[in-house]
Design a protein around this ligand. Structure first.
Ligand code: KMH
Ligand code: ZN
Length: 273
């Protein structure tokens, strides 16, 4: 089995300090959360940036400054910026971090209800435009799939030459509007991936650690972090993203799976730059 790649989704765009005071907004807070995750065993930081007051932004310069500051503390970590941004942002706004030519970026593969009246919009035209820009800029897409149809959309785009193979997927289970976080549905998604793909699981809310445990035993990779869940256990807020990563490292140890370093993660994912 491959070593386990751990991704820390340290900030997200929607969670706020009202939910957990440790949610990072400022660049210094982002660095602290990235460092705690990296020290605990994360080789990838999935990044959304904010203005100091917590407002989500896809501003190119804010990403540049945040990435440079994180790299000073965690020099070899893989940075995976969001091109999803926050619900309601325009495609143009969302695409900005690709100008920095990161090693990876998210590629959201379909439209999804996101609770209440929120709709996270990713039309087919947008998916093609985002995928094309990633090919042009040499950025490896992490195909974000909130439902089975999104896996199929990503495969169609790969067959059209818009996503290079082998593909890498982030299977997100438990969004209110997406596929449920159950072992059956995770197996269904994984069985639908093209041969040779790599995949990571993201379980939302209380599903974070159960989905992680299943993925560890299935040979997949794992994402945790405040973007997806703010609790270390029922009723106890996590003090840092590092605590969430450390809990998965502990699970992996119990289940006999070794953790990948950033350079091992690059080799597994076929990242060459
Ligand atoms: N904030 C969500 C609307 C991504 O990073 O690409 C979208 C999201 C996915 O978080
Ligand atoms: Zn995200």
């Amino acid at each position: 089995m491959q070593k386990l790649i751990l991704t820390a989704a340290i900030s997200g765009a929607e969670v706020t300090k009202e939910l957990n005071p440790a949610i990072p907004y400022t660049i210094a807070e982002m660095v602290k959360e990235a460092k705690s995750s990296y020290d605990a065993g994360a080789s990838i930081i999935h990044l959304h940036v904010r203005w100091d007051d917590g407002t989500p932004t896809q501003d190119r310069e804010r990403y540049r400054q945040t990435i440079e500051a994180i790299k000073q503390e965690c020099p070899d970590v893989i940075i995976l910026p969001s091109t999803g941004g926050a619900v309601g942002m325009s495609a143009e706004e969302r695409l900005q971090p690709l100008d920095l030519q990161p090693e990876m970026a998210t590629l959201d593969c379909g439209t999804c209800n996101f609770g209440g009246d929120d709709v996270f919009e990713n039309t087919e035209t947008m998916i093609e435009a985002f995928a094309s820009k990633m090919i042009q800029t040499g950025v490896k897409p992490e195909c974000e799939c909130f439902d089975k149809g999104m896996v199929d959309m990503a495969i169609r785009k790969a067959n059209k030459g818009l996503i290079q193979k082998p593909m890498h997927f982030n299977l997100v289970l438990g969004v209110n509007g997406g596929i449920a976080a159950t072992a059956r549905d995770l197996t269904f998604l994984v069985d639908s991936l093209p041969e040779g793909s790599t995949w990571c699981v993201t379980g939302i809310g209380r599903s974070e650690f159960p989905m992680a445990a299943i993925a560890i035993t299935m040979g997949g990779h794992v994402r945790v972090g405040f973007e997806d869940n703010v609790y270390l256990q029922k009723g106890k807020l996590a003090a840092s993203n590092g605590e969430l990563v450390a809990k998965v490292v502990e699970l992996a140890k119990l289940l006999g799976r070794e953790i990948a370093t950033p350079s091992e993660a690059r080799a597994i994912l076929g990242i060459t730059k």
